[in-house]
Design a protein around this ligand. Structure first.
Ligand code: CA
Length: 219
């Protein structure tokens, strides 16, 4: 799951990044409306967290443009509590949810999980595919009821596949969900993670779709 944080308050942006990465999200940040629209156009994230108080553009304008260009992008708007009217305008302008500052990180995470469920095929925090159960709230994976030890990337990869059960996920999509900008990615990194997951989950849980990517199927 890739999240774009649009926030000009550097301390808040850095704090959000740390908290979200700890929850196994790939996170990128920009600090202006123009940069946000550029990223949304060129490498659309799954979810955008958009602060409405930006230095260069009215956040509502950013929201409207992002919404008109990327209808399926999930957008969570951040507003100052003193600007609560922005909530109404924001929701009318196409925000999927909003949060007033200051907010608690657990509340933000809960809201994000709701948005994520709209994106994928999953309907609760627990995703069950065959004998594998993955819980997006606790970050635990069970195989036939036994907990598996997965690395952070293995978990992110498995989660992306299980959230989209039955759909092929391209290599490119999976890589953008696993890595933030500027991270060194070896060209075979994805294959290595798939290989390791197959050792833990059995060789046919993750199917290779030649020349395209990977998929898991509901048996
Ligand atoms: Ca701001």
């Amino acid at each position: 799951m890739q999240i774009l944080v649009v926030e000009d308050d550097q301390a808040l942006a850095a704090g959000l990044c740390t908290a979200l990465r700890r929850q196994n999200y790939a996170v990128n940040t920009v600090s202006s409306g123009k940069q946000a629209l550029h990223v949304i156009r060129t490498e659309t994230p799954d979810i955008t967290i958009l602060d409405l108080g930006l230095p260069d553009m009215d956040g509502i304008e950013v929201l409207k443009q992002a919404r008109s260009e990327q209808p399926s992008l999930q957008i969570l708007v951040l507003t100052a509590r003193s600007h609560i009217d922005q909530k109404i305008i924001g929701l009318d302008s196409g925000a999927d949810d909003y949060l007033a500052k200051p907010f608690e990180i657990p509340e933000l995470l809960a809201r994000l999980r709701v948005l994520e469920r709209r994106l994928g095929t999953a309907t609760s925090t627990e995703i069950i595919v065959g004998e594998v159960t993955l819980d997006t709230a606790t970050n635990r994976v069970l195989l036939q009821g036994d907990e598996l030890e997965l690395s952070r990337r293995e978990f992110m990869l498995l989660r992306s596949l299980m959230e989209n059960v039955g759909r092929v996920q391209s290599r490119n999509t999976l890589e953008t969900r696993l890595y933030s900008w500027g991270e060194e990615v070896a060209s075979n990194a994805l294959e290595v993670h798939v290989h390791n997951l197959r050792k833990k989950l059995g060789s046919d849980f993750i199917k290779t779709v030649r020349g395209v990517g990977y998929r898991v199927n509901q048996p």
